[in-house]
Design a protein around this ligand. Structure first.
Ligand code: DGP
Length: 120
């Protein structure tokens, strides 16, 4: 799947749309989800153009991958959710219902998050 330069996170990265930024470094940006599902709901994204985790894991540089993983830990610690626990999640593709086609990792915390998935 080709990268869509008009997706909302691309527009946030270009400064065309606002975001509530919580962390930024050379390769990574983290900001609050516009529709939070938990008291802490933050999205951590690479600044590079990657459609999803599949694209990122194949094509990102080691520096970009390290930056993203370090950012997750940094944000979780800064939010104070480490002791009580938090969850990270990345949706890829249709079955996972990925909505925004720019790779992002969700960080959820601040409450009991319940089971990982509900059974069907
Ligand atoms: P996913 O289903 O994993 O692609 O989740 C996309 C998330 O992106 C969803 O939780 C809502 C969030 N989101 C969508 N548009 C915006 C936006 O313009 N700003 C922010 N901060 N979050 C957004």
């Amino acid at each position: 799947m080709a990268y869509d330069r008009n997706n909302v996170f691309a527009r946030i990265l270009r400064g065309e749309l606002p975001c509530s930024k919580v962390y930024e470094d050379e390769h990574t940006l983290a900001f609050r989800d516009i529709n939070p599902l938990a008291p802490t709901h933050i999205l951590v994204i690479p600044k590079g153009e990657y459609v999803s985790v599949d694209d990122f894991s194949q094509n990102a540089s080691e520096a970009e991958i390290v930056s993203l993983m370090r950012a997750i830990g940094h944000v979780a610690r800064a939010e104070g959710v480490v002791d009580d626990g938090y969850r990270i999640l990345a949706n890829h593709g249709v079955a996972a219902r990925q909505e925004v086609p720019h790779f992002h990792i969700h960080i959820f915390g601040g409450r009991d998050l319940g089971p990982m998935l509900t059974r069907r």
